[in-house]
Design a protein around this ligand. Structure first.
Ligand code: ADP
Length: 302
């Protein structure tokens, strides 16, 4: 479990974190979201002991990262995939890390296979594409088979195949009971990967909830299509629902569950062709929630 409690961090006059608290639990993928400059990387760096908070605590399994004796066995992290020694091969890069934590060399070979770099393991990483560097970073994070993973924007630079690969990998790691914290500024990516979402803006918590709950919270009625639309609309209004006619045909019904709409239609012998609960997309929800905390945004000039 990862616990961030009342974290505060300033850089000069910039308040990067402003009393941030949240908990990340095992067995699921937690998406850590926020616009650029929200404080995600600062939080990750503090969790890994690379930066000190002005106040507050950040612990992993109840301890600060720097108190770990064999850290690769406890926490796997990928903060910046490009921070690599350009002249070294992927194989050597993983080998020294493995040795530093007494991890058998066969694990290195195994992981190079798993992340799809076995064929280029002897090449110098300076010539790698960003996607290949991300894969290498993931391999390094997994070296010690850690129960906790912290990954900062790991899908950046990956092609669609790579994105799908990482999504499946993270889901399976969480399925094994690991704690997976994954940051991104893209909600669309998180909607497909995460179970839980922590959104921050300007160093503060905006939302900490499940993807399902977030979707539910921004429900936008139920789309109903029926050949008996006019009669059904009257019945729905009588039953207390709000009904709007859709320009392209169909009704948007608010205030009644899909099951209640179906039963009302059945009671009056009205056929239904479609009953679809509608939500704002997670992307729209995210934009609405973070609108006021965007550091730099494009706009029309006056
Ligand atoms: P995110 O990862 O969400 O994009 P960061 O944690 O990188 O956000 O940054 C949060 C805020 O702190 C931003 O305003 C950023 O400019 C500032 N910041 C981050 N690191 C430093 C630093 N080393 N020196 C000065 N300001 C920093």
């Amino acid at each position: 479990m990862i616990e961030v409690t009342e974290l505060t961090k300033r850089y000069g006059r910039t308040v990067a974190l402003d009393g941030l608290s949240f908990t990340v639990r095992p067995g699921r993928v937690t998406g850590f979201l926020g616009p650029n400059g929200a404080g995600k990387s600062t939080t990750m760096r503090i969790l890994l002991g690379l930066d000190r908070p002005d106040s507050g605590t950040a612990t992993i399994e109840g301890r600060r990262y720097c108190e770990s004796h064999r850290p690769l066995h406890q926490v796997g992290a990928l903060l910046d995939a490009t921070a690599l020694p350009a002249g070294r091969s992927a194989l050597d890069h993983l080998r020294w890390q493995a040795r530093s934590n007494r991890i058998p060399q066969r694990r290195v070979v195994e992981l190079l296979e798993e992340v799809g770099l076995a064929g280029v393991a002897h090449q110098r990483v300076g010539g790698y594409s960003l996607g290949m560097k991300q894969r290498l970073g993931i391999a390094a994070a997994l070296l010690g088979d850690p129960p906790v993973l912290l990954l900062d924007e790991p899908v950046n630079g990956l092609d669609p195949d790579g994105v799908r690969w990482i999504r499946q990998l993270l889901r399976s790691l969480a399925g094994q009971g690991r704690t997976v914290l994954l940051s991104s500024h893209l909600m669309s990516e998180m909607a497909l990967t995460a179970d839980q979402i922590v959104i921050i803006g300007r160093g503060r918590l905006i939302v900490d909830t499940s993807v399902a709950e977030l979707t539910e919270r921004f429900r936008r009625g139920v789309l109903v299509r029926s050949p008996g639309e006019t009669e059904l609309a009257g019945l729905l209004i009588k039953a207390g629902a709000e009904v709007e006619l859709e320009p392209g045909g169909g009704l948007t019904v608010s205030g009644l569950e899909p099951s209640a709409i179906g039963e009302l239609a059945a009671l009056h012998g009205i056929a239904l062709h479609e009953v679809t609960p509608r939500s704002a997309s997670l992307e729209e929800t995210y934009l609405a929630l973070t609108a006021s905390s965007i550091e730099y945004s494009g706009g029309t000039s006056q």
